[in-house]
Design a protein around this ligand. Structure first.
Ligand code: 6PG
Length: 237
């Protein structure tokens, strides 16, 4: 596990974009699962505004680690956020974008998307393998859409599960721990003081850390990198 700590979220965005550009360099095809929420917005803005000429987008296939069960036009949609901050600014073939269909029946979509991953991704030990999975972490220690109150979903033998947000009750389709931990690379993007307590507990393995899904991210053979700003890392020794 590697910790990369920067002064603020803009520097996190700059440094992550350079890391992403280097990962993609020289690859003929690159399969990446994106995270949602708000942290990726500045990262996608930097990727699009400052790295668009450096990156051959045509070889990158975009997927999501999780999606809210809403239409793609809904402000809650991770796909909509990604269009606004990234896809609307770069030349990316539609056929390279594999969104989770939030407008569909959640259970059916979890099944469909899980099968799509089987079809499109290379396999590692009979598990679909992403080149990169980008993750956020909630203030409650959730990641993708695996929440502490449903942490058993992490160990599902399925590729995708339907999760329920603990506060809003919103349903979400999420990839599971087996997909996350089979990835070649996993990168956390975590910024802000609101994350500091869980970052400390999880990274320093303080008693009880195992109740947080983000603590279960341990790629089987791949690399794990935490991109953080000083605020999120403020509890670390
Ligand atoms: C989502 C995300 C989720 C997110 C965390 C952190 O759909 O909301 O995939 O896992 O990464 O909740 O969100 P912020 O980056 O907005 O704090």
């Amino acid at each position: 596990m590697e910790l990369k700590i920067f002064k603020d979220k803009n520097e996190v965005a700059q440094q992550f974009s350079a890391y992403f550009s280097e990962l993609v360099e020289g690859k003929s095809v690159f399969h990446v699962a994106l995270s949602g929420g708000s942290t990726p917005k500045i990262v996608f803005d930097v990727l699009a505004d400052e790295f668009s000429v450096k990156i051959d987008w045509s070889k990158i296939h975009f997927y999501w680690g999780d999606e809210r069960c809403v239409p793609p036009t809904d402000d809650e949609s991770n796909y909509k956020m990604t269009v606004e901050h990234l896809f609307s600014k770069i030349e990316i073939p539609e056929t390279n974008i594999h969104r989770i269909l939030g407008e569909n029946n959640p259970q059916e979509e979890a099944k469909r998307y899980g099968a799509l991953l089987e079809d499109r991704l290379p396999s590692q030990n009979e598990t679909p393998q992403f080149d990169l999975v980008i993750l956020g972490m909630g203030d409650d220690g959730h990641t993708a859409s695996i929440f502490p109150h449903e942490i058993q979903l992490w160990d599902s033998d399925k590729n995708c599960e339907v999760a329920i947000h603990p506060d809003s009750g919103q349903r979400r389709v999420s990839i599971t721990g087996k997909i996350i931990n089979s990835a070649q690379e996993v990168a956390f993007l975590v910024t802000g003081t609101g994350k500091a307590e869980k970052v400390e507990v999880i990274i320093e393995k303080i008693d009880g850390y195992e109740v947080y899904p983000a603590s279960l991210v341990h790629p089987d053979s791949g690399n794990l990198v935490w991109f953080m700003d000083k605020d999120a890392a403020s509890g670390l020794n």
